[in-house]
Design a protein around this ligand. Sequence first.
Ligand SMILES: NC(=O)c1ccc[n+]([C@@H]2O[C@H](COP(=O)([O-])OP(=O)(O)OC[C@H]3O[C@@H](n4cnc5c(N)ncnc54)[C@H](OP(=O)(O)O)[C@@H]3O)[C@@H](O)[C@H]2O)c1
Length: 310
Amino acid sequence: MASASRYGEMNRLFNRCGQSGVLLPKVSLGMWHNFGAEDPYERSRAITHYAFDHGITHFDLANNYGPPAGSAEETMGRLMEQDFAPYRDELFISTKAGYLMWDGPYGEWGSRKYLTASLDQSLRRMKLDYVDLFYSHRYDPDTPIEETLQTLVDFVRQGKALYVGISNWPLEPLKAATRYLHERGVPLLIYQGRLNMIDRKPMDEGILAFCRQEGIGFIAYSPLAQGLLTDRYLDGIPSDSRMAKEHFLKSERRTPELLRMLHDLQQEGQAHGRTIAQEALAWILAQEGVTSVLVGVSSVEQLKNNLAVI
Ligand SMILES: NC(=O)c1ccc[n+]([C@@H]2O[C@H](COP(=O)([O-])OP(=O)(O)OC[C@H]3O[C@@H](n4cnc5c(N)ncnc54)[C@H](OP(=O)(O)O)[C@@H]3O)[C@@H](O)[C@H]2O)c1
């Protein structure tokens, strides 16, 4: 049973996604790490419950999240069956395809063949009839964009996705995609890009400004730079941290320059009564055109800390 007070003040919790009818929570939950088959299910369950009980309606997935690939969607499917089915209409669930998912020529990139098979697999794993949002996960320079985009349009026409999004595409193809989708009555809902205090590429390359002008929402992924912009690495590399795995986050990122930045952020945060993570999230949410920050967490405590930014 979800908390009866989960929505509190709607204006505080939600932002309108571009010029669409959709409201998204200012803090959304991403399942790239910490929700796979190798992670404790009860922890995943506790995190998603805490999220939903505090008004986080948006869970973000992709075909390849895990590890192993696909298992985060399976976790979502188990959660749907056990807990969230009665709340399906209160949830906004996204998935994506673009990166390597299976062997052979049809297991990645942007063909109709790959995207269609992938979304069908995602729906089965998540035990859903439809996703709220389907993204092209990356730009495919070798597939005509009309093929990729028409597949997204068709997903909406088929009722497999309610909205479409684009992630990690460069600006020029993004502009072409916006036109193509608009002309077919399936407007681009949202762009998902990496934006944080260290990596400002979507701002530097004009992507955020373009989304703002066109009424497209923008959701910032890795808003804490995978944990770099928190107190996690202030005093070393904890053995249970993402950096300790030396895979997606290498220890060479813990530089003297980063530590100086963290100490400055810590001091600024003390002035505002905020943690480093909250400072980093507040900075993104203050950028005009940002709809939501998409955090990853490995504990309920971290999520609680991050949610305090709103
Ligand atoms: N579209 C794309 O290509 C793309 C790419 C990457 C991510 N994403 C999406 O964005 C989501 C978030 O990405 P991310 O996991 O890199 O996000 P992030 O929020 O930048 O980093 C998450 C990590 O930071 C640490 N952390 C979070 N809150 C903390 C706190 N309050 N105090 C201390 N440490 C804290 C945790 O590290 P530990 O695990 O070490 O505790 C956590 O796993 C993903 O789940 C996915 O949905 C999309």
